[in-house]
Design a protein around this ligand. Structure first.
Ligand SMILES: [Mn+2]
Length: 383
């Protein structure tokens, strides 16, 4: 059982920089820190989920451990971090779990091309491609990476200051109950759609709650990856979907000082997408209709090369999507077939001449692009 652990943020000198859900994207982390001119006076706070889904979990972990050892960073536990710690330990104690362990590696490998555990086995020269390879080497992996696992084990559930609480998933109850909380703390780490559930329950926290875990673009009519400052619940959701959604970005909040006012918090991001300059103006569409996880099943109406018209099964609304947003291989689908799709929107971005747009997908119909974190279509000329 995962026990609850709190940590106070002691930092009086420089800025507090806050990010979350790096998920093995070391390049994104380094790029956003460089953009922020991260220096010796700043403190970096990572609100969980350093590992998996991205290409370089081990390198990310070691980089973060080094910053922590230098006193330049703090990390709170994420649900993925915790599960990577516990499922290897569980498999050592219960060798019959080797098949599940292998299934997980294969699933991640198929989905994302790599896996944290695969990186660990590979570093000691083993390919984790059979249950025998796993059972024979799992203890060696555990011992070889003792320092890394001890580090993950040491992470607190939440970090707090006078005005803020930083927690990966969310707070499942009123803030006043925090003092007595000591039961299974997993619900602080995996609190899906925390902002919406806090709204439903009518929570309005005394301190601002800064959390990751749930990609911000799953909230709302528009697909937007920017941090979501919600004044009704007093929550700030910062997971830009880095490593998880196609449009994803790594967000970084910049607090001029640890206990600054919410209004003084700025943010930047890094997404690594190529950019273009718009040559024509485009007016934004009045309404936006977006499809996001988990209600993302559609029926194919027609496929036209690299775009498709689909009907959203839950609402009956039709929209244009990029063909590569279909989970199933478009070439195997007939009109009338059903597939899940990635996050998609019919929103037309508001664009001025000379605007810089991040290019998510170039299609024959137009650009699926991102401007200031907002995802939408641009049908004008660009260079
Ligand atoms: Mn998470």
């Amino acid at each position: 059982m995962y026990s609850f652990k709190r940590m106070n943020i002691e930092h009086t000198k420089g800025r507090l920089l806050v990010t979350s859900d790096i998920h093995g994207h070391i390049e994104h982390l380094k790029a956003v820190l460089q953009k922020a001119r991260f220096d010796g006076d700043d403190l970096l706070l990572i609100v969980g989920d350093m590992l998996d889904k991205g290409p370089k979990s081990l390198e990310t972990l070691r980089y973060v451990m080094k910053l922590c050892a230098e006193g330049r960073a703090l990390v709170t536990m994420g649900n993925v971090d915790y599960l990577r710690l516990t499922s290897i330990k569980y498999t050592i104690d219960n060798p019959e779990n080797a098949q599940n362990f292998l299934d997980y590696i294969n699933y991640m490998n198929e989905w994302k091309g790599t896996c944290f555990y695969k990186e660990l086995f590979n570093e000691i020269g083993i390919e984790p491609s059979s249950t025998e390879a796993i059972t024979e080497n799992i203890v060696a992996v555990w011992e070889h990476f003792k320092e890394e696992f001890d580090f993950i084990k040491s992470l607190p559930t939440l970090a707090e200051s006078e005005k803020y609480i930083f927690v990966h998933g969310g707070i499942p109850h009123d803030e006043s109950e925090l003092q007595s909380e000591c039961k299974d703390a997993m619900k602080y780490l995996k609190s899906d759609a925390f902002r919406d559930s806090a709204l439903r329950k009518g929570f309005r926290f005394d301190r601002q709650v800064v959390c990751g875990h749930w990609p911000v673009l799953n909230y709302g009519e528009r697909l937007c990856c920017s941090p979501l400052f919600d004044s009704a619940t007093r929550t700030i959701s910062i997971d830009g979907g880095c490593g998880l959604v196609r449009e994803g970005q790594l967000n970084l909040l910049i607090f001029p000082s640890v206990d600054c006012e919410v209004e003084d918090i700025e943010y930047i991001w890094y997404d690594g997408f190529p950019t273009v300059t718009a040559l024509q103006e485009q007016e934004e569409s009045k309404d936006a209709f977006s499809i996001s996880w988990p209600e993302n099943e559609v029926t194919l109406i027609s496929l036209k090369g690299d775009v498709a018209e689909v009907e959203h099964n839950a609402t009956g609304k039709r929209l244009l999507i990029t063909a590569d947003a279909l989970w199933k291989d478009p070439s195997t689908l007939k009109n009338g077939d059903v597939s899940r799709i990635r996050q998609s929107t019919d929103f037309k971005l508001s664009v001025n001449v000379d605007d810089t747009l991040s290019v998510i997908c170039k299609t024959s119909a137009g650009l699926l692009a991102k401007k200031n974190g907002v995802v939408g279509w641009y049908f004008g000329k660009y260079e």
